[in-house]
Design a protein around this ligand. Structure first.
Ligand code: PMV
Length: 335
């Protein structure tokens, strides 16, 4: 048996980071197998891991308000399971079933995400952790295998979700995505001319996804028709990205927004910010993500500052983020 000191001397330390995401086109219909377009954003979440030489899983995640968290290996996945550790712990438990290990690991996380509004920190932490873990044990996975490992954990934790956020965290850039990563096409776009406005209202994505599901139960034909129409927009947007036609992308965003309104997921606050951006000369705007609050995006005509001011004056908060960020990557590994 190695001593603790020997273990620490020889230990392999791996650090991996993954980006957050911003939905551009196709939210909600993507939950039912239709395509969407999503971009990775420049807020990253970093996970460091190393073996701790004990039969225990330990975690230090100050940004997730978790200090000195510890679980024995046999209790992994059992309650209590605080919010900040759920995705990591479930993924680790599933990983160990396939790749049993003698020793536990110590995990630390560092979050660059905006405190007001986190662009998908759960998917980013899951992906960064999965990449660090598989690297620690020299397991080489394709992006699709990494996706499957992460998606399994996310579905086990939250029950619903298309996996678009996991794909954005893995592949990065701006992608055309069909669930569950059946198709992932990189759209080779430059930095997108987007203005992002936050309504100040935090929405709960699973609740809104369930709301749409119940509308679909009550009015299946109507909702399926809306999804078909959104899909036409997503495919046109894919081409517009390739053609770099910003004006057409703006028009498509407005059309997508009309359909999201019909689904009942927009709000007065989102509509106000969208209207303000359009009056300030944006090519078009829509909500981004589940709706019910959170963010809107406007395709700028080049004059971003006018649109930003209009969003600000209408009571929104402009979030300065860069799109098209790189996907998951190893930041350092000492072996
Ligand atoms: O609220 P967000 O940014 O996590 O986006 C949710 C997008 C949905 O299509 C509504 C749900 C999903 O999992 O695709």
């Amino acid at each position: 048996m190695e001593s603790f000191i020997e273990i620490m001397k020889n230990k392999k330390i791996v650090s991996a980071s993954a980006p957050g995401k911003l939905m551009l086109f196709g939210e909600h219909s993507v939950v039912y197998g239709h395509p969407c377009i999503v971009t990775a954003v420049d807020q990253r979440l970093t996970v460091n891991i190393h073996e701790n030489g004990e039969d225990v899983f330990t975690l230090e995640a100050p940004d997730l308000q978790l200090h000195a968290y510890a679980k024995t290996m046999e209790d992994l996945g059992k309650k209590p399971l605080p919010k900040g550790v759920r995705f990591i712990e479930i993924l680790y438990k599933n990983f160990l079933k396939k790749h049993p290990q003698e020793r536990g690991i110590h995990v630390t996380t560092r979050n660059e995400f905006n405190h007001t509004f986190g662009f998908g920190s759960s998917s980013a932490v899951t992906v960064a952790f999965a990449k660090a873990l598989t690297t620690l044990y020299d397991i080489t996975l394709t992006n699709k295998d990494l996706f499957d490992l992460c998606y399994e954990a996310v579905i086990e934790v939250q029950g619903v979700g298309s996996g678009f956020d996991i794909a954005a965290a893995i592949w990065g850039g701006t992608i055309f995505y069909v669930p569950a990563a059946e198709e992932v096409i990189q759209l080779n776009v430059e930095e997108l001319p987007l203005v992002v406005g936050y309504t100040g209202i935090k929405a709960d994505t699973p609740t809104i996804v369930r709301m749409v599901a119940s509308l679909k139960n009550r009015e299946p034909d109507k909702v399926e028709q809306i999804f078909e129409n959104i899909t036409v927009i997503v495919k046109k947007a894919q081409q517009a990205f390739i053609d770099d036609d910003k004006q057409f992308l703006g028009n498509l965003a407005s059309n997508n927004q009309d359909l999201l309104r019909e689904l009942g997921v927009s709000t007065k606050e989102l509509d106000n910010l969208i209207k303000a951006s359009e009056q300030a000369g944006s090519y078009g705007a829509k909500l981004s993500g589940a709706g019910g609050g959170d963010c809107m995006i406007a395709f700028s005509n080049g004059n971003k500052s006018n649109i930003e001011k209009a969003i600000d004056d209408a009571g929104g908060k402009v979030l300065h983020i860069k799109t098209n960020a790189p996907g998951v990557r190893i930041e350092s590994s000492n072996k």
